[in-house]
Design a protein around this ligand. Structure first.
Ligand code: FES
Length: 293
C-alpha cells in the first residue's frame, strides 16, 4: 500500500506522549529538539547530571550520526547528535537559547546540584525579572545556552512593603493636575488627579513586576508581561492576555495642616476598581478659593 504524503484533515489536537491534549491550547508541547555536540559521552553526562534528564539510549532514531536520546519527565525528548565541529549561532548571546521550566522544588534541587557540581550560575535577566520569577543561565560543554526557570506563585502575589514609613511628598499646591511623580525609594507613584491625590504602589498586580511611567502614553507599563494601567491605576491591557488583572494597589495619602502630601508606605490597600473617594482631595488653592468666593 502506498504511503500517504499528508495526514488526513482533522482539527483534533495530537495525543502527546500519553498526555491528553488541552482543548484551549493552540500547541501544547514540542516533541523534541536536537543539539549538536562535539563529545557525546561528555554531553550525555552533562544533560543527565546537570539538567536531570533521563538517558533513553543511543542511536535509536533514523539519524545517521552517533546520537543519544534523553527524556524529560514530560516525555519530551532531547537528541544530542555528535558532529566534528560544533558551530554555535550567536554564542553567549540571548538570541539562541532554550529554557527549562521546573517546579519550585525541582528548581531548588537543580540549584543545589549545580552548586555541588561547582557551577557558577548567572542570572542574565535579573533586572527584567518579576518578584517570584527565577531564572538562571548556564551553558553546556559546547557553549549551548540554557535557562532554568520557575515561578513562586505566592511570592509573585504577596504585598510588598518598601519599609520607608511615611514619605513627605512636598506641598500639594506644587503638583499640577495630571502630574505623575515617582518616589523611587517608597516604590510608589504620586498622581495628581482632578479629584485629588492617589499614591499607586509601583508593583504590578500581575506578578509584582516594577512599573515604569510612560509619559507619552499617560500610562504605567510593566516590562515583565506588558500589562498597562491608566493614571487611576486601572488596567488598560487586553483582557485576553491578563483576564483577571486588578487595579494597582494604593498607599494611603493624607494632606497635612501644612499643606504637604504625605504617603504611608507601611500600608498597601488592594482594590477591585477605582472609586473617586480613593483620591485624597487636594486643598483648595488661593486662586480657586478666590474664584469660589
Ligand atoms: S508582572 Fe506580569 S505584567 Fe507585570
Amino acid at each position: 500500500m502506498l504511503k500517504e504524503t499528508l495526514p488526513g484533515p482533522s482539527e483534533e489536537l495530537p495525543f502527546f506522549y500519553g498526555q491528553p491534549p488541552r482543548p484551549d491550547a493552540l500547541a501544547d508541547h514540542f516533541s523534541h529538539f536536537v543539539i549538536a555536540v562535539a563529545d557525546l559521552d561528555r554531553s550525555e553526562a552533562w544533560y543527565r547530571d546537570v539538567i536531570g534528564l533521563d538517558p533513553v539510549g543511543r542511536n535509536l532514531t533514523a539519524e545517521k550520526r552517533p546520537h543519544a536520546l534523553l527524556r524529560a519527565n514530560t516525555g519530551q525528548m532531547l537528541i544530542l547528535v555528535q558532529h566534528e565541529n560544533v558551530e554555535l549561532a550567536r554564542q553567549s548571546s540571548h538570541g539562541v537559547h532554550h529554557g527549562f521550566v521546573l517546579t519550585q522544588n525541582q528548581f531548588r534541587r537543580a540549584m543545589a546540584r549545580l552548586a555541588e557540581l561547582g557551577y557558577s550560575t548567572s542570572a542574565q535577566r535579573e533586572e527584567f525579572i518579576a518578584r517570584g520569577q527565577y531564572s538562571v543561565d548556564i551553558y553546556d560543554p559546547d557553549g549551548n545556552h540554557y535557562q532554568i526557570e520557575t515561578t513562586d506563585d505566592k511570592q509573585a502575589h504577596e504585598l510588598l512593603l518598601p519599609g520607608t514609613g511615611v514619605v513627605d511628598c512636598g506641598p500639594a499646591g506644587e503638583y499640577a493636575v495630571g502630574e505623575v511623580k515617582l518616589f523611587r525609594e517608597g516604590n510608589f507613584y504620586l498622581v495628581r488627579m482632578e479629584e485629588g491625590f492617589l499614591a499607586l504602589s509601583r508593583w504590578c498586580t500581575h506578578m509584582n513586576g516594577l512599573l515604569t511611567y510612560q509619559r507619552a502614553h499617560w500610562r504605567f507599563w510593566c516590562p515583565m508581561h506588558e500589562a498597562t494601567y491608566n493614571r487611576r491605576g486601572e488596567p488598560t491591557c487586553s483582557t485576553n492576555r491578563h483576564p483577571d488583572l486588578k487595579p494597582l494597589r494604593l498607599n494611603p495619602v493624607e494632606i497635612g495642616p501644612d499643606g504637604h502630601v504625605r504617603v504611608d508606605t507601611g500600608v498597601v490597600n488592594e482594590r477591585q476598581s477605582y472609586e473617586v473617594c480613593q483620591a485624597a482631595p487636594a486643598p483648595m488653592s488661593e486662586a480657586a478659593a478666590g474664584a469660589v468666593r
